[in-house]
Write a protein that binds this ligand. Sequence first.
Ligand code: LLP
Length: 429
Amino acid sequence: MKLHGSLNIRGNDLFIGDIKLHDVAKEFKTPCYIMDENLIRDNISRFKKSFGENNVIVYAGKTFLNSYMVKLLKSENMYLDVVSSGELFIAHSNGFNMENIVFHGSNKTPEEIKMGIEFSVGRFVCDSLEEITLIEKFSKELNKKMKIFLRINPGIDAHTHEYIKTACIDSKFGISKDLNKIISILDKYKDNENIEIIGLHSHIGSQIFSKEAFIDEVDEMIYLLKEIKTKREDINLLELNLGGGFGIYYTEEDSPTSIEEQVGSIVDRVKYNCEKFNMKIPKLYIEPGRSIVGNAGTTLYEIGVIKEISGIRNYVSVDGGMTDNIRPALYDAKYECLIVNKASFERNYKCTISGKCCESGDVIVKDALIQEPRRGDILGVFSTGAYCHSMSSNYNKLLKIPIIFFKDNELKLTTRRETLEDLIKLDIL
Ligand code: LLP
């Protein structure tokens, strides 16, 4: 078991900084997410340092986003990857610099494209010629010139969960790595008044541990840039975006490489390839999400019903579940957890932590080892900062849960809990 960032055990209790998590649960009620801002900022600074000043770190907003997070990113002068008008709206309404937006999405609607152009986002990432055609049309109408990354599917099989692979041949993402096709797109938009294809993009998947997969990606993409240069000397692709996907620790089964090592090996490999082909090094972008916020999140639940089925399994039910963390049900994702008010007690009670939804698959941790549980104890589940809040739902009409940020021993409620009234506010009779 690993405690990340500001989490620490003193006496019987688990603390974040100097604050008892049990007191956080009392003050804000359960379930709730707590985000360790110090750890998030620390991760951002490690990425920046190891990637180099001229290169760009783009935080993947789909991982976790609320208004406070946008402000945090703004204060760090970060770039932000958005994939919908919703994410773009949150960024825009919080004064995020639109030049620092990278607008993704393999099937943006015409309305989303128009919104991106009206806001003058820094870059679009395009997965299809169809979309470039639309961007050109609307940019012309609005008298703008938009920068575009062409998203390429480099055909790399990153060893991760089937649902979060993105660069196998059989994928909806990106333009297949077909040189003639790519060149025909580049030719078509060369010297265009409303479109500038500034570089290439690729993203091979998520929760990837293998340095080799990223190295293969770099090799493929630089080779492609070189092939394009050989065929079209007058086309200058100045930027290369290598996506995100760096794996993190959830349980002892995971052995991630450090941020410094992952990023360092990418930068070194780009240099190596560019020297080999006698090419100018492109400006590099990466798009980490999970590796910035994943370990910074903890979810607190209150334990309710305990059901012991002799010789089979003990079920410990909590007051949230697949509505605030769908990942175990969807990907068989694993988490570590403990009872925060008994943190130093021996963990010798084997059980399945189940949620309160009407689904047998509503499990948060299967075969967990926790301290002897009692109704009313507070359970902390760790590393829930990535893809939990952002994938949450109102299934069974459960209320979405609040987000509390921890910074320098202070707590700040940044998204309130939904209310019952919120559940009917969109209904029309
Ligand atoms: N860039 C692109 C184009 C992406 O599609 C993604 C994630 C990222 C960057 C950030 O990847 P990260 O560094 O967070 O691995 N819901 C799944 C993960 C889906 C990832 C989607 N794309 C999960 O809960 O594991």
